[in-house]
Design a protein around this ligand. Structure first.
Ligand code: SF4
Length: 490
């Protein structure tokens, strides 16, 4: 997929333990959610220290820096920009000092009413550097009028109270992790667009019990925390001691669970638990169901590394056609390849993938990928397979056609660049130069996730946006949307 994820968030409350090192490990496990900048804020109960910079987690932090970050609680962030430019100024956590208090904020998501919020904060929309900064500004303004006599202890409930005031005004997608000197707080928006889970560090002879918040459960595993549960949409969890408290800052009528369905298809790690299920199993089932939709004769089922691989394994299982590796990924290139033009994106495929010619030559290959956004990289990949000697290339996509931009925290191109929005299925087959093409149906996608009754956002597939957004309708005529095309003798 050539859309970018948008941020991983992490928080830990663990007196006595090396919280900066734990945050580093947690962020490293969430690196796939954002590779532009990384940062953390650590509190020792007196002083909050923020360290952030552009680059990967391992670029921003080293042992020397981590050992200087001492405290009993911390929050962290990895960023890919969706709102706000890719600059140091927008790296997170965002910090605000208010009187003798201060707080840090880390955000995964994208707000949809920033102009309105900028008005409330008396900021000109053009001066807002990011939607996360805007929320921090509103929270700072909601703190009690600064009184120099007010002690730190008297500030204790200020952040929580400011959140109760400000959160009901905020719309869009947001999983927040915040901290002040003495507590960490986790929040999921009323739709739960982005994931956020809670874990526990068990008490030992050496340490008392601690708590962890993370975008995805592998960030708990990596520091030895036990997964407790996913936060509920609209829930705010406050952690300032051995016990945790849960609050509901949003009115009931706004609660409407809509976890991003693409977390299952692509964004989340395969070992992440969402809606009670491991993502890898869901991806395999997507492939199995895809195999039943429009069978095709083939010699080899292969996945596009790495996110297409579990669905390809499932496809092989469902079709009875052998699974094999057809492409090798340069494991050092990272998950995204940042290239500003279509031509550079296409060239980027060669840096990222290389064909296994002996496995492909003379074969009818069934290639399984998770999605097609612009189609540029898919087209280059198909060309590569044909040059490597593939007799036929049948493309199978483990999600429905991606036709609408995301406004909830994923960086997708404008609608005029989305392949499935600007071409019919037959035109896509011709453009990609494949022998046949089949997309997984939305019904099968939901079935594969195996979370009966759960709510999803599927706006990029259906155009049904659960929270109103300003959609620029650049395309007046929609192409006919079928789920398959091309000549594919069964
Ligand atoms: S529009 Fe698509 S990518 Fe964005 S939150 Fe909804 S399902 Fe996820």
């Amino acid at each position: 997929m050539d859309a970018k994820e948008a941020c991983g968030v992490f928080g830990v409350f663990a007196p006595g333990r090396p919280v900066a090192h734990l945050t580093f490990d947690g962020l490293y496990a969430l690196q796939h959610r954002g590779q532009e900048s990384a940062g953390m804020a650590v509190s020792d109960g007196d002083l909050i220290t923020v360290m952030k910079d552009m680059g990967l987690v391992t670029t921003v932090f080293d042992e020397r820096k981590l050992s200087g970050l001492r405290g009993h609680l911390a929050i962290g962030h990895t960023r890919y920009s969706t709102a706000g430019s890719s600059d140091w100024i927008n790296a997170q956590p965002v910090f605000r000092g208010v009187g003798r208090a201060g707080f840090g904020l880390a955000h995964n998501g994208n707000l949809t009413n920033t102009d309105e919020l900028a008005g409330l904060a008396n900021m000109l929309p053009g001066l807002v550097s990011s939607d996360s900064d805007l929320v921090a500004e509103l929270l700072g303004q909601a703190f009690p009028i600064d009184d120099p006599e007010r002690t730190r202890a008297q500030h204790a409930g200020d952040l929580e109270q400011a959140l109760m005031d400000v959160l009901p005004k905020v719309e869009g997608a947001f999983s927040f992790v915040l901290m002040d000197a003495d507590r960490i707080i986790g929040i999921r928006d009323p739709n739960g667009f982005r994931p956020l889970c809670l874990g526990r560090l068990e008490a030992t002879d050496e340490f008392e019990q601690g708590w962890v918040l993370a975008s995805e459960s592998p960030a708990l595993d990596v520091i030895g925390a036990t997964f407790i549960r996913e936060l509920e949409p609209g829930e705010m969890v406050i952690i300032d001691g051995k016990e945790i408290r849960s609050e509901r800052p949003f009115p009931d009528e706004r609660l409407d669970p809509r976890l991003c369905i693409f977390e299952f298809v692509y964004f989340a790690r395969p070992d992440t638990t969402l809606y009670g299920n491991e993502v890898h199993g869901a991806r395999r089932r997507m492939g199995q169901l895809l195999a039943t939709q429009r069978p095709v004769a083939g010699d080899l089922v292969m996945g596009v590394p790495e996110s297409g691989v579990p669905a390809a394994e499932g496809y092989a299982l469902g079709s009875g056609i052998p699974y094999g590796q057809g492409l090798v990924k340069n494991r050092y290139i990272g998950r995204t390849f940042i290239a500003p033009t279509q031509a550079e994106r296409a060239n980027g495929v060669r840096r990222k993938l290389n064909p296994l010619r002996e496995n492909i030559a003379g074969k009818r290959v069934i290639v399984v990928d998770d999605s097609i956004v612009r189609g540029t990289t898919t087209r280059a990949m198909v060309k590569m397979l044909r040059e490597a000697g593939a007799l036929e290339v049948h493309l199978r996509i483990s999600s429905p056609p991606f036709q609408w931009p995301c406004y909830y925290g994923i960086d997708t191109p404008d609608r005029t660049e989305l392949l499935a929005a600007i071409k019919t299925l037959d035109e896509i087959v011709e453009y990609l130069n494949v022998d046949s093409l089949e997309y997984l149906s939305l019904e099968h996608l939901v079935e594969a996730i195996q979370a009966p009754g759960a709510g999803f956002c599927d706006a990029c597939l259906t155009g049904n946006y659960p929270v109103p957004v300003q959609v620029k309708v650049a395309i007046t005529e929609r192409p006919s949307v079928a789920a398959s095309a091309g000549s594919a003798p069964a």
